[in-house]
Design a protein around this ligand. Structure first.
Ligand SMILES: Nc1nc2c(c(=O)[nH]1)N(C=O)[C@@H](CNc1ccc(C(=O)N[C@@H](CCC(=O)O)C(=O)O)cc1)CN2
Ligand SMILES: Nc1ncnc2c1ncn2[C@@H]1O[C@H](COP(=O)(O)OP(=O)(O)OP(=O)(O)O)[C@@H](O)[C@H]1O
Length: 299
């Protein structure tokens, strides 16, 4: 069997399984509750026949073992997502609004935010109980005004889902009116602006972005992030990292915004080799720098 002819989902699984063989991932043996967390390293033998770049032949026994392991991880993610969604739904609304304000003030005051010239940020969706980004976004767009010189003016790119195959683009907007609700009720930009011009896609921009503000369901202090399961962000962040490397650009900072209840004990969040780690978290208590890049930016 060859890699060509596989469905998109199977191809993703094959690539993840191949990476799993090369970089065995950590499988959390407990889910969201209860701590303490014990983690098991699951080791798979390396198999030269699994390097798809050099061979199109798959070793099915090894592939099946890896696929079963991945299925277990995806199931654990699913269970954890349900638990966090439930916790978010029962979060006290006044606590939520306090945390929304605190997190956004911390972002607006952070040196890495103030100095950034371009960023990709999510448009928060209250139905999904995501940390609010509306104040941050309106501050950025206000800075686009010619009369406002209080901060470095920033180019803002926001997500647009193109299809169900984890394909998302980040398109430039200059006002909130540029947005319309999609089928998931998330605001996103139309591909063309009011004048009929194609919106700038960050993957084709001449200038890099310095920062990503990331959504998610759960996070930990080692940089793990549990998304909503679409694979949109992991796919996008991996591609953007490759672009930055090809162009010799500084890698942007990946910063996730988290309510306190979304910050879980270290290593409880199951991960696969495709999951991209974040550099820092912002909670209502402050910035949690994780990577060395984040520690440098925060000082
Ligand atoms: N504000 C925001 N925009 C975003 C994302 C996001 O997480 N937040 N995305 C990040 O990928 C992409 C869209 N992906 C999404 C994936 C799932 C759901 C969603 O509604 N999930 C439901 C469960 C649906 C189900 O299980 O069938 C939920 O989480 O409650 C929304 C957006 C791009 N834009
Ligand atoms: N059992 C499975 N086998 C193969 N692929 C799966 C399985 N379960 C989920 N996937 C796919 O893996 C991809 C990544 O899922 P993952 O759980 O890592 O997403 P996520 O990190 O929560 O999402 P995001 O990156 O958007 O924040 C998705 O495209 C999903 O369709």
């Amino acid at each position: 069997m060859t890699i060509t002819g596989l469905t998109n989902r199977t191809r993703k699984l094959v690539v993840a399984a191949e990476r799993l063989m090369i970089h065995p991932c950590t499988l959390a043996t407990t889910t969201a509750s209860p701590p303490p967390v014990l983690t098991t390293r699951v080791l798979f033998p390396r198999s030269p026949s699994l390097n798809l770049r050099h061979s199109t032949t798959l070793n099915f026994t090894t592939m099946n073992t890896a696929a079963t392991h991945l299925d277990t991880i995806f199931n654990q993610k699913k269970i954890l997502r349900s638990k966090v969604r439930k916790d978010l739904k029962s979060m006290d609304p006044s606590l939520r609004s306090q945390e929304d304000d605190a997190i956004q003030s911390i972002v607006l005051e952070a040196p890495w935010f103030k100095s950034c010239k371009g960023l990709c940020a999510y448009i928060s969706c209250s139905a999904l109980r995501e940390v609010d980004t509306s104040k941050v976004l309106s501050e950025i767009l206000k800075n686009g005004d010619q009369d406002d010189h209080s901060q470095v003016s920033k180019k803002l790119y926001v997500p647009r889902v193109e299809d169900k195959n984890s394909h998302m683009r980040m398109l430039n907007i200059s006002r909130m009116n540029d947005l319309i609700a999609n089928s998931m009720d998330i605001l996103e930009p139309a591909p063309v602006d009011a004048e009929g011009n194609e919106r700038k896609d960050v993957m084709f921009a001449d200038e890099p972005v310095d920062l990503f503000l990331l959504p998610g369901l759960a996070f930990d202090k080692t940089g793990r992030r549990l998304g909503r399961g679409g694979g949109y962000y992991d796919t996008f962040l991996t591609k953007y990292q490759e672009l930055a490397k090809d162009r010799n650009w500084k890698r942007p900072l990946f910063v996730a915004l988290s309510y306190s209840l979304q910050l879980l004990d270290d290593n409880v969040i199951p991960v696969t080799p495709n999951d991209v780690l974040v550099d820092a978290l912002v909670t209502s208590s402050g910035v949690i720098p994780i990577s060395s890049a984040a520690r440098e930016m925060d000082s």
